[in-house]
Design a protein around this ligand. Sequence first.
Ligand code: ZN
Length: 222
Amino acid sequence: MTHYQHRYQDGALLDLPLGKVVCVGRNYAAHAAELNNPLPEQPLLFIKPGSCIVPLNEGLVIPEGRGAVHYEAEIAVLLGKPLSGKVTHSQILQAIIGYAPALDLTLRDVQDKLKKNGHPWELAKAFDGAYVLAPFISAKAITDPSNIAISLSVNGVLRQQGNSREMYWPIIRLMGFIAEHFNLQAGDVISTGTPAGVGALNRGDKLELALPGYAQFMSQVR
Ligand code: ZN
């Protein structure tokens, strides 16, 4: 059970339901290469349920006895309006209400086994606490989705660093593709993929997750 609600950086609650998280895999070439994955011909999508979202400031709890838990730092995009069917660039921009750094947690050993068998990834990706979300920075402050940086440090060491301009499927194009295939609703989050540098988390790890230039957040693995 989650008690997560979408919030702005100043703590103000957003009047939006808790929707789904639509994730894209292999959206940065260097990350696809580090896991020996080919780049897909179209966005590789999967969905995390809203029930797995936890707020970053409460600290992370990683499952025990299910193998390695990897962090994937990602730029999260929050929708304030629905999008469906063929939508224009400006409709997409108007529907975005905020951006936040997030962690797409992944049970890597479980995922490797699922991938080998050609099975869906939910057991590795949808567990309780599997999506860790910082508060949102208003889209009024971040006007250019094609130039947003993301970084993650673990125990003071910079592990991941990327920018949305390096994405294989840039944010607006990605969202247009998704809306053409299924409905996006107000309160849904798009998780736009992770740059290279993913790795395992351990109890006690101290994390610093940032959209550099806008906000940085501290957290810890409990
Ligand atoms: Zn991811």
